[in-house]
Design a binder for this molecule. Structure first.
Ligand code: ATP
Length: 360
């Protein structure tokens, strides 16, 4: 399997810099998600890897080999797109074997590979059906099979699930994840859906405006976003402007919710402006017992949103709003008095502060 390396890659279209000094390593067998808003350069990155575009600066390397001058056909990159264009007049079997037939692969070998690959994508019983007789998820599995049958050394997937409905997307994610684990094929997966990126990927590269803002395991991106921008993009509602205050032994920050003890403020000096984040599931809601312990605040329920399994509350504390998520084993009501506990180890302090649009 192939190790993929992008070294200081830049790509300009005329005066427009679509990618700026991109460094990205995808180790052999890894699944990496490129996550970012529309226009941040995800597709351009895939096109550079596959050889459909050439970088303006920097290098794309496969197993330490510089790919400049190596044509698309020679790179052995498999591609799966959002729009899986299958041949409507060909059966599943013929669609899947297409790549081998144009290469002139012997008939026996084609027969064997098709059987193997249809088993892998769990489409054996659909072998003689036509695309119009398949569901969206089945068609996408045909498209994946058609790519895998050529034994690509790296796999590029560009929003392959975007056209599917929510339930099917979930099923296909599980399918792609287990397939990729089994085949151990180096994969780059483009998405603008953070849940998809976190569920699928070994590592996630969060991109904005042609740069990688953070490249880390999903757990790190989720719990330890590198910047306010990353936190916002992955949907962190509880961001607070804060200042570092070290009063005696405990490390603390002053926020719109008063002084909070925190686990770590990193290397920020006393008085430094920072931004703090706490995940809604780490805001523990209990009945108001008038407690005044460290990191416990009294407030009232301002808004309730019921989602079936989960429930979210907006809690007003001294005029500021904090969101808490929990499983819907109970339902509190608007105006119920509550107290919340913010677990000190789960408050994450970012470098930098003074950002606009904070809730507290
Ligand atoms: P989306 O999620 O909408 O597909 P993306 O992150 O994949 O977005 P890209 O398609 O990589 O974004 O495009 C990055 C930027 O480069 C965009 O601003 C786009 O308009 C620009 N761009 C891409 N290809 C070209 C081109 N051939 N000529 C000029 N500009 C281009």
């Amino acid at each position: 399997m192939t190790n993929l390396l992008l070294r200081k890659v830049g790509k300009s279209f005329g005066a427009f810099e679509a990618l700026k000094g991109l460094d990205l390593e995808v180790v052999s067998g890894e699944l990496v998600a490129l996550l970012g808003p529309s226009g941040c350069g995800k597709t351009t990155t895939l096109r550079l890897i596959s050889g459909l575009e050439m970088p303006t600066e920097g290098q794309v390397l496969f197993d330490s080999r510089d790919m400049s001058g190596v044509e698309v056909q020679q790179r052995n990159v498999g591609m799966v797109f959002q729009r899986y264009v299958l041949f409507p007049h060909m059966s599943v079997e013929r669609n899947v074997s297409f790549g081998l037939r144009v290469r002139g692969t012997p008939r026996d070998e084609i027969e064997q590979r098709v059987s193997e690959i249809l088993k892998v994508v769990q489409l054996e019983e659909f072998r003689f059906r036509f695309p119009s007789q398949l569901s969206g998820g089945q068609m996408q599995r045909v498209a994946i099979a058609r790519t895998l049958i050529t034994n690509p050394s790296v796999l590029m997937m560009d929003e392959p699930l975007a056209n599917l409905d929510t339930k099917l997307r979930g099923e296909m994610r599980t399918f792609i994840r287990s397939l990729q684990r089994r085949l151990k094929i180096t994969t780059v997966f483009v998405t603008h859906d953070q849940v998809e990126a976190m569920e699928l990927a070994d590592r996630v590269a969060v991109m904005f405006s042609g740069r990688i803002a953070q490249y880390a395991a999903p757990q790190t991106i989720y719990h330890r976003p590198a910047s306010v921008e990353v936190a916002r993009f992955i949907g962190a509602p509880n961001l607070m402007e804060a200042k570092v205050v070290r009063n005696g032994g405990a490390t603390a920050i002053s926020t719109g919710f008063g002084t909070l003890e925190v686990g770590d403020v990193h290397d920020h000096a006393d008085g430094a402006s920072v931004t703090a984040m706490i995940r809604p599931e780490a805001v523990i809601v209990g009945p108001d017992e008038g407690a005044e312990a460290a990191n416990v605040r009294r407030g009232r329920i301002a808004k309730v949103d019921f989602f079936g399994q989960a429930i979210t509350y907006e809690i007003e504390i001294d005029g500021a709003i904090l969101r808490a998520d929990e499983m819907s084993n109970r339902q509190l009501k608007v105006d119920d008095p509550v107290q919340v506990r913010l677990e000190r180890e789960r408050i994450w302090v970012f470098p930098g502060g003074g950002h606009h649009g904070m809730q507290a």
